[in-house]
Design a protein around this ligand. Structure first.
Ligand code: PRX
Length: 645
């Protein structure tokens, strides 16, 4: 099934890519001359202090020798693109439109006000000792101050690392240590769905024994009292109250690191993905304007969290670089009821709305009346991101939410890609439910066999990207070798995404999901290895293996196979307790099966393929198990298969 672009999306497009022919021309031009293409884009879109003359330096074959560089001789501060240069034409335009936890609890910051707040915060952070190149951890809820803190760090040339507010003290401590943060920026309490989240208390717990952190800057969101260490803690309102509303931005090289964002991989601990300044801001600005066909009077709402890459690229940096009005949403889609998104759409006149499949599925299950009772006539583009969207949910989004008048952009990308890499371009690309469609200009995808051979034409394989692009991650913080091994160790000379993909006869991409041991639960990316480490820390557990299984709402559920220590009884609640403490509240095991042993090869390797099949309910399709050290384990596991959460 193919959907043409609805008229109201096609008409008056702002992007020059208005139809498939223009898309093809642009994609071919960028492929033939990537440097010419991206230098053109960056000069048009970004406020450089010193314009670059260089495009790409380095390539994927030489990546082991060091990170790539884009625009290497350019100098800038990204906040000048996001703030200063808008002051003249857009000073009174709303930059951040904040909707708090309670419906109608609204704050609006114009570009002028946001600029002043960022300057004050930069001055305050400088007074607390934060310097260019040093790291600041941001552990906050969805308040404008989170974006202000990010931009203030960038203003100073300091490197921010936002840690999602759902992570536990243990997880926060690991990240503080890994990046060697000097400062933590947090708030007293997070407010979400009518509940309070003890952000400051979690910071206190995480920092016990982390001497690198000298100061904690605390935004006051509520009237509640929180524990206080006067030698270390500083109130945001006091520090900013004393600060000047102007600040001369620190001008940095294009490749100066902008932020580190931790994400889960298939092995070991989360890795700090590093994004740099000039290439990242170019790519997020370009893709945000192009994919959504941003227009000057759009009210743009991305309801992600700043703790994830979507919040970085498409709530803060891309939209602000484009002078857009960007909504920040503090609450959850079902508070106070399942109509909250559409209530906001109506009250704020939202024109572009961007969410995740898991939310779409959860809301579809609550019934159409929550949607239809609100006026959604302002909507034009509906986006989705984070996991494959099933065609049923896509069609519901299109028919019910968008009333068939809006186009859907199913945007495929990753923390590592920095910005959208495969997606429809709103006015140009006919859509197919479940397909992320075509690669962005400058993105050269290839499908590969396990051996790395290129698959031509329609087919299915490992999704790779064959040429560098400005928005891509440059390295893993403190561990370039890991970066090289993770992304370039599979297919020499190409970036391997970790995803599988099918390509149809129209060249459309259908993401089939991760082919490594990374889970995607409600759009949250988590490694099976992280779950396993938490589970085996429980005393009664000898061994554990975690796999994903298809889940109606969450996309994937978490299935744990647990081998008890001889004779011990395992309490599933203690397993979830360990995951909560070591990872965070969002890391929940859905199904636990106690098993006598794990299926292993004679060399001791756990056969995860077998465990995945059983968890998926396909235990009768295991194929040959004769290579296992003890094939009888499989029968026992198959017999005890758990079908209820
Ligand atoms: O498996 C893909 C899935 O999410 C992974 C990236 O997760 P993360 O780095 O947390 O970034 C999420 C937000 C960009 C990918 O490897 N994914 C993301 N978007 C899609 C998707 N899978 C299918 N369709 C998408 N549109």
């Amino acid at each position: 099934m193919r959907y043409d672009v609805p008229d109201r999306v096609r008409e008056n497009a702002a992007t020059p890519i208005r139809d498939l022919d223009r898309y093809r021309e642009t994609h071919a031009a960028a492929a033939n001359d990537p440097n010419g293409f991206w230098l053109g884009v960056t000069k048009e879109r970004i406020a450089w202090r010193e314009e670059p003359t260089l495009g790409l330096e380095g390539d994927f074959h030489g990546i082991a020798e060091g990170p790539l560089s884009w625009f290497g001789d350019g100098r800038l501060n990204v906040t000048e693109s996001c703030l200063d240069r808008h002051l003249e034409a857009r000073g009174d335009k709303v930059a951040i439109l904040w909707e708090g936890d309670e419906p109608g609890e609204v704050r609006k910051l114009t570009y002028r006000e946001l600029h002043a707040e960022v300057c004050k915060a930069a001055n305050a952070l400088a007074a607390l000792g934060l310097k260019k190149g040093e790291r600041a951890i941001i552990y906050m809820g969805m308040v404008p101050e989170a974006a202000i803190a990010m931009l203030a760090c960038a203003r100073l040339g300091a490197v921010h690392s936002v840690v999602f507010g759902g992570f536990s003290a243990d997880a926060l401590r690991d990240r503080v240590r890994d990046c060697g943060a000097e400062i933590v920026i947090t708030q007293d309490l997070g407010v979400r769905g009518g509940k309070h989240i003890p952000l400051k208390a979690t910071v206190d717990e995480a920092l016990a024994g982390s001497p690198s952190v000298k100061k904690v800057l605390v935004y006051k969101r509520t009237e509640e009292e929180v524990p206080w260490d006067a030698s270390r803690d500083v109130w945001w309102h006091e520090a900013l109250g004393a600060a000047e509303p102007t600040h001369e931005a620190e001008i940095v090289e294009a490749e100066h690191p902008l932020f580190v964002l931790y994400t889960s991989g298939s092995t070991g601990r989360p890795k700090g993905v590093v994004h740099t300044s000039g290439g990242y801001i170019t790519y997020t600005s370009y893709t945000h304007a192009t994919v959504f066909d941003l227009r000057e009077d759009d009210v743009y709402a991305c309801v992600a969290d700043v703790g994830w890459i979507t919040g970085h690229s498409y709530i803060v940096y891309g939209p602000l670089a484009n002078g857009a009005t960007t909504l920040m949403f503090e609450s959850i889609p079902t508070y106070p009821d399942a109509g909250r998104y559409w209530d906001m759409v109506q009250r704020h006149g939202v024109t572009i709305f961007y969410t995740a499949p898991t939310a779409i599925r959860a809301l579809a299950a609550k019934g159409d009346e929550h949607v239809t009772k609100h006026d959604r006539s302002t909507l034009r583009v509906l986006g989705t991101v984070g996991e494959p969207i099933n065609p049923e949910a896509w069609v519901w989004y299109f028919d019910v939410v968008g009333e068939k008048r809006c186009t859907i952009v199913d945007t495929w990308w990753q923390t590592e890609t920095g910005g959208i890499a495969i997606s429809p371009i709103a006015p140009a690309t006919p859509t197919k439910p479940g397909s992320a469609t075509l690669p962005m200009p400058g993105i050269l995808t290839s499908l590969r066999t396990k051996e790395g051979a290129v698959i031509r034409g329609p087919g299915q394989g490992l999704l790779c990207i064959d040429h560098p692009w400005p928005g891509q991650a440059r390295t893993v913080w403190g561990d370039h070798e890991r970066f090289v091994a993770t992304y370039f160790g599979h297919v020499p000379g190409a970036y391997f995404t970790g995803d599988g993909c099918r390509r149809d006869e129209d060249g459309y991409h259908w993401i089939t999901g991760r082919v490594d041991d990374v889970l995607n639960v409600s759009g949250h990316r988590m490694g099976t290895a992280e779950f396993e480490a938490a589970i085996v820390s429980v005393e009664e557990v000898a061994e554990a293996a975690v796999v994903g299984y298809p889940h109606e709402v969450k996309g994937q559920g978490v299935y744990a196979y647990v081998v008890p220590q001889g004779g011990a009884t395992v309490d599933p609640a203690s397993l979830n307790g360990a995951c909560r403490t070591q990872i965070g509240a969002h890391a929940k095991i859905d199904r636990v099966q106690v098993v006598p042993g794990l299926p292993k090869t004679r060399s001791g390797k756990v056969m995860r393929r077998i465990l995945r099949k059983i968890a998926e309910g396909r235990g009768d399709e295991l194929g040959d198990t004769s290579t296992l050290a003890d094939p009888s384990v499989v029968d026992a596991i198959r017999d005890g298969f758990v079908t209820k959460d």
